[in-house]
Design a protein around this ligand. Sequence first.
Ligand code: PLP
Length: 442
Amino acid sequence: MMTKSKNPETIALHGGDYRSDPATTSVAVPVYRTTSYQFNDTDHAANLFALKEFGNIYTRIMNPTNDVLEKRVAALEGGLASVTVGSGQAASTFAIMNVCQSGDNFISSTDLYGGTVNLFTHTLKKLGIECRYADPSDPKNFEKLIDEKTRCFYAETLPNPYLRVFPIKEVSDIGRKHNIPLIMDNTAAPVICKPLEHGAAVVVHSLTKFIGGHGTVIGGALVDGGNFDWTADPKRQPLFNEPDASYGGAKWGEVVPQLTGANVSFAVRARVCLLRDLGAPLAPDNAWGIIQGLETAPLRMKQHCSNAQKVVDFLTKHKSVERVIYPTLHKGEIAERSKKYLKGGNGALVGIEVKGGVEAGKKFIEALKMFYHVANIGDARSLAIHPATTTHSQLTEEELLAAGVTPGYVRLSIGIEHPDDIIADLDQALGASGKPSLKAVS
Ligand code: PLP
């Protein structure tokens, strides 16, 4: 029996139309290490290519191991379909390229992962796609930038370093008035936030982070919410309404619901056009590795969030800490957003400014013994990094400040170790940051 459960703990283990392997009855999802699939006959082959029948063609476009992961990630987010790709970066790239072509623009929140800023500001610009940035502190900033060539909005649920939760419903409501879909990067908040329930049309994930969870595999996914009408305003969404010369003149917004009975045009177009042409599939071995992580992701998220709260309580009272950045520590409306959108925890990411600026911040990171000093988030282990000189180092000073990266900011990704050990490591490292009185003040 396939699960109909809406509970993430059950979906993570039983979701994805998978009970056991049809060929071997294997309970654990097998890795299908194959590039290609035997067609029954020439009609079968032709029907698969013409999308008259759905089935496996070639692993650049689909694979049975990836299929289970895709269905589980879609179910976890409450979406209808998903497509996995080789990295979170590929997922963001595909999400934009699935709706924008040269001459188009899209509007992104300023609160973004540094790699995404590079992609949006430089690489997509070279392809003729313009990113316009809106400060999410006021959702109306998105509306001000719309013109007739605007194809989508883009934002992160829980963006670091600011860690201010994005106003998902407020911005998606604005977008829907103009038939503009909101694409949410939910990498930092799986399980604790479901952007599709608040009106987002598409979710992207770096599966590398909390969903994989073990720091072993790079991967990404796009989830189609199935809740956006791509045909409502054909001029607004030409890639879904004009004939696609690369696929026999298909109009994706029309043909996919006709063929599948489901509103999954976004996912199908991403798979059969972008994976076909740009490549970047997730390798089946990596899909398998991510499935191992996903099966316990809901449990880990609880521990990540509970540990992070204990760390925040500790750091906010510590004499060597100038400021702690956490979703619930913001003021007013921004703090309210964490209550509205995050359920069951406020995330694993914690920012701190150590007293003494850049030098104290560097000493602090170098003194950490259990935390790893790495460019990653969402590992089961606790991690730390200095964004200004690493993940965000390719940004200008202006871009750094817009992203909330002050020179002394240290980003912590709190792991699932025992909280006492996490706090003990932070305490001893703060002792090395150069301040004479180092005991936490109770
Ligand atoms: N989105 C967010 C929020 C990220 O933090 C990252 C990576 O750090 C990415 C996307 C890109 O993911 P990947 O490293 O899997 O390409």
